[in-house]
Each structure stands twice: as C-alpha cells, then as structure tokens.
Design a binder for this molecule. Structure first.
Ligand code: FAD
Length: 371
C-alpha cells in the first residue's frame, strides 16, 4: 500500500504549488528536495535583516489576475517597480529603452527626434533578413543602442560573440517613446514582503504534506517511488533517463555575494553592466527590493558561466540541437505511467514565476481528473 498519493521531486515553486493543491484536495503528499531548503531558485535568505535572492533577483510580474490573486494568499506584495539602470563604461542609462535612455544617448527631448535617429540607424542595416543576433538587434533598434546596451551584455550572457548567436534569441526589443522606466508592461508587479521563502513555507504548511530535504531522488528512487502512487518530477528530464540520449545544455551563473558596511551601495536594486570588459552582467543590491533601511547592505555580482554537469542549470539553451534532444526525452516521458514531468527542468523551458504557477495549477487539475 502506498503511503502517499504523490511524491513530488523538487520543492521549488512548481512542486510547492502542486503539493498545496493536492493537499487541499485531501491527497497525501511527500515533497523532497536535494537542497537543504525549500523554494528552489526563488529561495531568499535573510542576511543583515535583508532578504537576499540567493539564486538571482526575482521580481514577480503578471497580467493574469487569477495568478496574481493566487499568489496573494501567501504573502503581501509591495509596489516595487523594476527600473534597472545600465552602466556602460561609467555612463549611466535608464532601462528599458525609453525617452530617458534616448535623452542620455543623444540628448534628444522629443519622441519624434528619437524615432528619427532610430529609424535612420535601422535603415543603415538595409532590408535583408538578419542572419545573426547582431544583425537582428541592429535591425530592431539601430547601432547605438545595440553597441552600448545590448552587445556586451548579451555576449557575456551567452559566452559567444553576437554575430555567432542565432537571431531568434531576440525576437523583439521593446522601445518606448515615453519617459517610463518601468521594465515590465504587466498590470501586476511586486516583491513579497518578507521574501519568497515564506511563500513556499506557507504553501507547504499543511498536515497532508511531508517535507524531506537534503534528499537526492536518484539515491533512493525505488524506495521513494514505492511510497507513492504517482511521482511529480521537477528535476532535469535527461537525468531522469540517465542521459540516455546525451546531456541537455544550459547556461549557468555564478553569484558572488558581499555584505558591505555602508547603508546604500548603488541606490537601485538592479544595475546591468553592458560593456564587454566588466566580467559580471549585473550587481543586485537586495535591500532596494523591499525599501530596506538597514545599516548595512548586501550586494551580489552575477557572472554568467559555461554550464558543466556539476554546476546549477539555470537557463535552458533552446537551440536546434537541444530542442531535438529534448523532443526525444519528451517522447520517452510520455510512456512513463507513474511519473508526470513539470517545472523548468522537467520541461526544459524557461518560465517566469507566474507561468510556473499557471502550468502547475493546470497540470494538477489534469492529473487529479485522470485518477
Ligand atoms: P526550481 O526552482 O529549479 O525547482 C526545482 C527543484 O528541484 C530545485 O529545488 C532542485 O533542487 C530540485 N531537484 C532537482 N533535482 C532533484 C533531485 N534529483 N532530487 C531532489 N530534488 C531535486 N521569474 C520571474 O517571474 N521573475 C524574475 O525576476 C525571475 N528572475 C530569474 C532570475 C534567474 C537568474 C533565473 C534562473 C530565473 C528567474 N526567474 C524569474 C524564473 C524562476 O526562477 C522560475 O520560474 C522558478 O524558479 C521555476 O520553479 P521550478 O519549481 O520549476 O524550478
């Protein structure tokens, strides 16, 4: 007899939403994680009274009222608006590309002046089909924005020159002809007061849910499987199949976090370094996500790095080679009777948090209807 209806591998956002819904439906759930904490990549940890985003800065944003209402059950959100700054060789620019940026770049003051410059620079590229990311970016925003604000950042992110990267990585680059530094266009946006970890803890706080941390699924797969009727697996899909067809590839990140004995380091949560010489892409100053007035501050340098199997897999590389490889694993996954694959690693796809919540809720409905 199985003790649990569901074994959930991975206590990230996907696994936790699924666990919560299952528990509310009267199901017994065991959720495990290889890490020593819940939350997956949205985990925040308190340092010097500041909630530090340990696996990269996370800003919640969505247009979906249902998802927004859903997440509000677990935390109160502040009215944080993401308005990152770019530092290019010591010159500062507002992001996303808007009238403030155009004023800083060209000293123009009106939308018409900015449009004329961008259109002239776009025309310099000609009308042929862009064959790589560099051509694509110039055709969308012209060479000044590309060279100062896109080129270095993107090359660091992907570890390759822009003219060797496929054009599809950037299919649109929003350009705004208003003085509006709000990065996202979504209706709802904010940071949970008290951090993301509390959200996950609240989701998992239910008598039907048993949490087991520091547990690698593959070290006790048979035993864990025997305890549950169904497995919801949010780890890497290729690992599940023992890399039978080869490794799926990712980009990884290295985070270097420092406590500084000053109150305010950079005056903004996010600073992008868009030149190619600075080795990191961003500096995050965590206290600015929650308007903290702590005496010290905590900053994190974010370095994109080549992924190797012992590093954290952050961004799936959805190029032709990896997409074909994923397809094979996906097909194999369809014949697994007991296991449902979910989350960013199980589906080998980048998802924002609001998308993960939506997919987890939809999958839960389908899984429970099938049983
Ligand atoms: P994860 O959080 O990765 O959870 C999977 C869990 O499974 C992990 O805890 C892992 O330890 C566990 N696991 C894996 N293998 C095993 C195993 N063998 N045994 C046991 N446990 C295992 N989204 C936004 O909406 N806004 C943002 O600003 C934003 N910023 C981001 C910044 C970065 C740098 C990154 C990488 C992502 C960002 N995201 C953002 C996306 C967000 O992180 C994801 O939507 C979300 O974390 C996905 O949740 P998940 O549960 O699918 O995956």
């Amino acid at each position: 007899m199985s003790m649990f209806d569901y074994l959930i591998v991975g206590a990230g956002l996907y696994g936790s939403v699924f666990a919560r819904e299952a528990a509310l439906a009267g199901k017994k759930v065991k959720i495990i994680d290889i890490r020593s904490h819940v939350g997956g990549n949205i985990y925040t940890e308190e340092m010097e009274g500041i909630n530090v985003h340990k696996y990269g800065a996370h800003i919640f944003h969505t247009n979906d009222k249902k998802v927004w209402d859903y997440i509000q059950q677990f935390a109160e959100f502040n009215r944080f608006t993401n308005s990152p700054m770019a530092n290019y060789k010591g010159q500062l620019y507002n992001l996303p590309f808007n009238m403030n940026t155009f004023h800083q770049l060209w000293n123009v003051t009106t939308p018409d002046e900015a449009k004329t410059i961008i259109q002239t620079q776009q025309a310099e590229f000609g009308s042929s089909e862009p064959s790589n990311l560099e051509e694509q970016a110039i055709s969308l925003v012209g060479k000044d924005i590309y060279e100062k604000l896109i080129k270095g950042y993107t090359e660091k992110q992907w570890g390759r020159p822009c003219n060797e990267l496929p054009a599809f990585i950037i299919n649109r680059l929003p350009v705004r002809f208003t003085y509006d530094n709000n990065y996202f266009n979504d209706k709802y946006q904010g940071i949970p007061i008290g951090g993301y970890t509390k959200i996950i803890e609240k989701m998992l706080d239910h008598p039907n849910i048993e949490i087991q941390l520091g547990t690698d699924y593959f070290s006790q797969k048979e035993q864990l499987n025997s305890e549950a009727k169904k497995v919801i697996y949010t780890g890497m899909i290729d690992q599940y199949f023992n890399y039978e067809y080869g490794h799926l590839e990712y980009r990884s990140l290295h985070f270097d976090t420092k406590v500084l004995d000053i109150e305010n380091y950079q005056g903004n949560a996010v600073f992008n370094y868009t030149d190619s010489e600075t080795p990191y892409t961003r500096i995050i100053e965590h206290k600015h996500f929650e308007s903290g007035n702590q005496e010290k501050t905590v900053i994190t340098y974010e370095y994109p790095v080549e992924w190797t199997p012992e590093k954290e897999p952050y961004y799936p590389i959805n190029d032709k080679k990896n997409s074909e490889l994923y397809r094979k694993y996906y097909q194999k996954a369809q014949s697994e009777q007991k296991t449902v694959f979910g989350g960013r690693l199980g589906l080998y796809q980048y998802f924002d948090m609001h998308q993960i919540i939506k997919v987890a809720l939809q999958t839960f409905k389908k899984v429970i209807a099938d049983n």
